[in-house]
Every structure is written in structure tokens, then in C-alpha cells.
Design a protein around this ligand. Structure first.
Ligand SMILES: NC(=O)c1ccc[n+]([C@@H]2O[C@H](COP(=O)([O-])OP(=O)(O)OC[C@H]3O[C@@H](n4cnc5c(N)ncnc54)[C@H](O)[C@@H]3O)[C@@H](O)[C@H]2O)c1
Ligand SMILES: O=C(O)[C@H](O)COP(=O)(O)O
Length: 387
């Protein structure tokens, strides 16, 4: 029985994928082999010795100490695209909110409670202050054309927006899915200087923190409306608020409230609702649980953010999984240890990703403690598992 720790509420549809005869899934297990998590911050958490893998039911993994996990031989998974439709839909709502002043309008209407029969008259008299432009005919800049950005860009073309896309690292799959009506920007300056609305869909990394800062805002059009359903850290809130207060930024709609943003006219902050739909929560949980199960039971890796994708159909016998540094001599060391122990290698796969690599061997013969000790003793070996 393997223990799985849940750090957030995970859709039961996902938990069901981890059969109760093989896994015990709970929010209070002490020696988990796997962790299922959504947005809980794990940076201060002490990772248990028993931990083999973390599955993030969602896209962003900035809440997980990925580098530390890699060094410890803990595989980190996410669920690419599983919540993209939910975020796409809310981003479109955000663009409309940014233009049509929906949040202040709703606040104002709420304040009319108690006005009795005068409400209808007050509404007609007061509504003109909430006039805002339509999306059709405006220029939208989409920064980041991954699972979400592509969907947003494509649907925006159908709403009559002229769409500009920027993503220097776009994947082949995303490029295939992107509407040919989306105009390709090769640098951000072009996008900033032309767009009436800008939406961000990139992960937060050391390269993207503060992407929207005072220099970026200075290049944008007067009154630009900015929508951010990616991560709060992508925007320098000080620069943003300065822009909103001078009118340079017409409106900022985001999913990441902070103390300084609250109560600020021109800022709409939702409570991180991008992926909060039953459909998304289920998709993400099912995908995360399936990936975690396949790794724990078979050693296969799908959608990891720190290890290569590796799949090897099982041919019987035992499976030796070695997670190791991507340095010369590892493969010969591993196969040498296996043959010295009298094991016949039936099947083998070896893949690397940056500084780490993963080798899986299906062997016939008896895998004893000696071979495990020999593998663990190889310089560069991070983790050995026999399954
Ligand atoms: N609000 C929410 O609830 C919610 C839900 C899902 C995802 N997100 C956030 O949205 C982000 C994007 O999600 P996704 O599913 O589209 O991820 P994705 O990995 O499919 O796409 C990210 C894209 O950003 C591009 N990119 C990376 N650095 C870039 C840069 N400097 N400039 C331009 N493009 C760059 C990548 O090439 C990739 O195409 C996630 O990392 C997460 O932080 C938020
Ligand atoms: O990166 C993501 O997938 C989103 O931010 C969703 O986060 P959540 O799972 O906590 O809703």
C-alpha cells in the first residue's frame, strides 16, 4: 500500500483513480510516496524522505520547490491544458469587465438597496458613468501562446478583435493550433505600442517576474487595459498602480488580489478563480492522479516539469528505475551493475533533460540488494527504485 498526501482539496474523480487496494489517499499521511497538490505553497515544507513524486493538479508549478525536488530525485508533474478552457473563458470575461466597467457598475447598483421605487429612475440617471467600449475592432495583445494563450487568441479573433501574439518559445503543437488570423509579434515593443488590450499567459519564472513593469507600461498605449489570469508576480504592482492612477492604464483585471490592489479604482481582482470550474478541477485531478499512479507503479513519466518524458511497456520481470545526473559513464555503470549481478536486460530506455537523466531497465533474474547497492554507489546516481 502506497501513501498519497493531498495538500489541497482534490476532485474525488481524481482520487478515485488511485485504487484503494494499492493506495491510501488522505490529507494527514506521514510518509507519502506521492503528493497531490493545487496551489498550496510547498516552498517552506520539509519534503519527507519517502517522497517520490509530486503531482500538481493544474498548470503553474511556482508553488513547488522544483529545483530541490530534482536534486532529491522527486519527479514533479503538472497537467498541461487540463484547465485551459476555464481560464480562456474567464479571460474573455476579464476583457469585457475591463472595457465595460462591470465591477464598479455592480458595486454602484448594490448601493441602491433601500431606495425603493426610486431604483429604476436612479439606474437610468446614473448609468452613463459606466459607459465603456466594445471589444470588436480593438487590438488585443496575447503574451504567451501556450495552452491558454492560444485558446484566448483564437476565440478573440471571433469576437472581432485584431489579435497580436507574442511567444518566442511557442511549441509546435501550439503553433499548429493558433489561428492564422493572429498577427505574429517578434518583440514585445511592437505588441505594447499597438494594442488597446493586453492579456498575459506565461508562467512565472525568474525571467518573467515583473514582466509588466514601468518600462513596459511606458511603451503601452494611453488607457491600455491589462488582464492577468496567469500570476500576480508577472506584474509590478507599484508600477501598475502608478499607471492606473495617472490614467495611463485604463483598467487592470487580475486573478491575484493583494492588499495594495484592493479598493483601488480601476483595478478588478478576482479570488484566483481561473481554474475553479467543476470541469477543470476534475480534468486536472484525473490527469494528475493518472500520472502519479503510472510513475509509482510503473516508473513511467508523463508531463513532468523536471524530468524527461519516459515510457516503457512492461515485459515482465523486474523493473529497475535509476534517476541520475546527466553525466558520462552512467549508462555503462548501470548496465555493468546489472550484468555483473547476472541479470538479463530485456528492455531499456534512457532519456535526459538538462542536468538529469532517467534510465529504466526491465530485467529477468533476481534483483537482489547487491545490485541496488552497486547502483546507488555509482557517482551521479540520485535514486534507485525496483518495481
Ligand atoms: N488563474 C488561474 O487559475 C490559472 C489557471 C491555469 C494557469 N494559470 C497560469 O497561466 C500560466 C500559463 O498556463 P498555460 O496552461 O497556458 O501554460 P503553457 O505552458 O501551456 O503556456 C505557457 C506559454 O508561455 C510561453 N512563454 C514562456 N516564457 C515566455 C516569455 N518570456 N514570453 C512569452 N511567452 C513565454 C511558453 O512558450 C508557453 O507557450 C501558468 O503557468 C499559470 O501560471 C493560471
Ligand atoms: O496554475 C494553475 O493551474 C492555476 O493557478 C490554478 O490553480 P488552482 O488549482 O489552485 O485553482
Amino acid at each position: 500500500m502506497q501513501e498519497i498526501l493531498t495538500l489541497n482539496s482534490i476532485s474525488p474523480k481524481g482520487v478515485e483513480r488511485l485504487s484503494s487496494s494499492l493506495f491510501h489517499v488522505a490529507d494527514d499521511v506521514e510518509a507519502p510516496a506521492g503528493i497531490l497538490v493545487r496551489s498550496q505553497n510547498m516552498h517552506e515544507m520539509e519534503l519527507p524522505e519517502s517522497l517520490l513524486a509530486i503531482a500538481r493538479a493544474g498548470a503553474g508549478t511556482n508553488n513547488i520547490p522544483v529545483e530541490q525536488c530534482t536534486a532529491r530525485g522527486v519527479v514533479v508533474f503538472n497537467t498541461p491544458g487540463a484547465n485551459a478552457n476555464a481560464v480562456k473563458e474567464l479571460t474573455i470575461a476579464g476583457l469585457i469587465m475591463a472595457c465595460r466597467n462591470l465591477a464598479p457598475a455592480l458595486d454602484w447598483v448594490g448601493g441602491l438597496k433601500g431606495e425603493g421605487d426610486a431604483v429604476a429612475k436612479l439606474v437610468e440617471k446614473g448609468k452613463s458613468r459606466f459607459v465603456g467600449p466594445e471589444l470588436a475592432g480593438k487590438r488585443l495583445g496575447v503574451i504567451g501562446l501556450g495552452a491558454i494563450g492560444v485558446k484566448v487568441a483564437n476565440v478573440a479573433t471571433h469576437l472581432g478583435l485584431e489579435v497580436y501574439g507574442y511567444d518566442p518559445y511557442i511549441s509546435v503543437e501550439a503553433a499548429w493550433n493558433l489561428s492564422r488570423n493572429v498577427i505574429h509579434c517578434v518583440n514585445l515593443n511592437d505588441l505594447y505600442s499597438q494594442c488597446d488590450l493586453i492579456t498575459v499567459h506565461v508562467p512565472v519564472t525568474k525571467d518573467t517576474v515583473g514582466l509588466i513593469n514601468s518600462e513596459a507600461i511606458a511603451q503601452m498605449k494611453q488607457g491600455v487595459r491589462i488582464v492577468n489570469f496567469a500570476r500576480g508576480e508577472l506584474v509590478d504592482n507599484g508600477a501598475l498602480l502608478a499607471g492606473v492612477r495617472t490614467g495611463r492604464v485604463g483598467c487592470y483585471v487580475c486573478d491575484f488580489p493583494t492588499e495594495e490592489l484592493l479598493g483601488e479604482p480601476g483595478v478588478v481582482a478576482l479570488p484566483h478563480l481561473g481554474a475553479s470550474t467543476p470541469e477543470s478541477e476534475e480534468n486536472c485531478a484525473v490527469m494528475a492522479a493518472d500520472q502519479l499512479r503510472d510513475y509509482l507503479l510503473n516508473g513511467n513519466i508523463h508531463n513532468s516539469v523536471n524530468l524527461p518524458n519516459v515510457e516503457l511497456p512492461r515485459v515482465g520481470g523486474s523493473r529497475i528505475c535509476v534517476l541520475h545526473k546527466n553525466v558520462p559513464g552512467m549508462l555503462s555503470g548501470i548496465t555493468g551493475a546489472a550484468s555483473e549481478a547476472g541479470l538479463n536486460i530485456e528492455n531499456l530506455v534512457n532519456k535526459s533533460r538538462r542536468d538529469v537523466a532517467y534510465t529504466m531497465l526491465d530485467v529477468s533474474g533476481n534483483v537482489g540488494g547487491g545490485v541496488v547497492a552497486r547502483l546507488k554507489g555509482l557517482e551521479g546516481c540520485i535514486r534507485v527504485r525496483i518495481i
